[in-house]
Design a protein around this ligand. Structure first.
Ligand code: MN
Length: 235
């Protein structure tokens, strides 16, 4: 087979470092679970009744990925740029219509993530019934730490916290996820053929808030690791 030629250099493969490995994890897709902690759903004014609702999702382009430790510009066209600290699940095997009891087989590992959000634009879009893309699919707006390999492990607890300039703003526990790791894999795999390199941001707890240029964000998930981000001057 002849190698294709391209008009210009193809974009680089989005990838993340893996703890204890020389090889990087090539990132495929970025999925995000919406409203997956009751206290956050309440602060957004949209409580969740799991008995009658299913989880919902949005996606961001893998080109929005940025590594932990980066300094990113305060983005354009927002006056309310917010952090959302999340546990990120890294998929390591293919799966479609995966039963919850088998979901662990798709787990490669976990990471800490920040789902950065133009909250003003997201809420306008939400309330007008428009897509969330401008509020969520933000250049350098998907921050992920190193991936921690834990093949087959279903995380069910662990403190998750975020600080702004050293002050705690979010603190909760993975055990408060409305839809846990097994349920997320089972449900999302009804819609997508999950593939190695898919990352699933599992949702944020309460305490989300705005950042300003110069702010330093730090976050941790117990048993997984930590993440950091600095907000630079406006783009
Ligand atoms: Mn989120």
């Amino acid at each position: 087979m002849t190698h294709p030629t391209y008009l210009w250099a193809p974009p680089p493969v989005a990838s993340l470092p893996v703890r204890g490995q020389a090889s990087r994890l090539p990132v495929n897709r970025l999925f995000f679970v919406g409203r997956n902690y009751h206290a956050h759903a309440l602060e957004m004014g949209k409580p969740v009744d799991k008995s009658v609702e299913r989880p919902f999702y949005f996606t961001k382009s893998p080109t929005t990925l940025v590594a932990s430790g980066a300094t990113v510009p305060y983005p354009s066209e927002t006056a309310n740029y917010q952090f959302e600290m999340e546990l990120v699940l890294a998929i390591g095997a293919t799966g479609f219509r995966v039963p919850a009891a088998q979901a662990h087989a798709l787990v490669y590992g976990y990471a800490c993530g920040l789902d950065m959000t133009r909250r003003d634009l997201q809420l306008v879009a939400r309330d007008k019934g428009r897509p969330w893309d401008l509020g969520k699919d933000i250049e350098q707006g998907s921050v992920v730490s190193e991936i921690v390999p834990m093949p087959g492990t279903v995380l069910e607890q662990g403190t998750l916290a975020l600080q702004v300039n050293g002050q705690t703003r979010q603190q909760s526990d993975i055990d408060k996820l409305i839809w846990g790791i097994r349920e997320i894999i089972a449900d999302l795999s009804l819609f997508y053929h999950l593939q190695p390199g898919d990352l699933i941001f599992t949702g944020t707890p309460e305490g989300v808030g705005a950042v300003q240029p110069g702010d330093r964000l730090t976050g941790q998930v117990a048993g997984v690791g930590e993440i950091a981000l600095t907000i630079g001057a406006a783009a």
